[in-house]
Design a protein. Sequence first.
Length: 125
Amino acid sequence: MEHILEQYKSVTKNNVETWFKVGMTTDFPENSGACIKYKTKQIAVYNFKRANTWYAAQNLCPHKMEMVLSLGMIGDKEGIPKVACPLHKKNFSLEDGTNLAGGDLKIATYPVKIENGNVYIGFSD
Ligand code: FES
């Protein structure tokens, strides 16, 4: 199971090799998540309309290795945008993937850009 997790590494705008088009902005529900696939990865994409921002993260919750984070509720905790896993409610920062309750479970996050109504996610592979 661990090898599934290993393919998810956070990407920053500075180390993007590929901007992968995942659809149009109108394809994504507002203030919730959707799942897309890039190579062997499942990526959760969040149209955080309330904050007028987009986020992307691994869909895999590292707690029980379930592909569920795109189904999680998004919100913020003391100003940090976050997703709550729908299964056991662990909260992860959508900015840097840290577990907001502490601990070493962490998720990978990816940059998102919007151009001409299209949504792109940045990958380093
Ligand atoms: S599987 Fe996500 S918090 Fe348990």
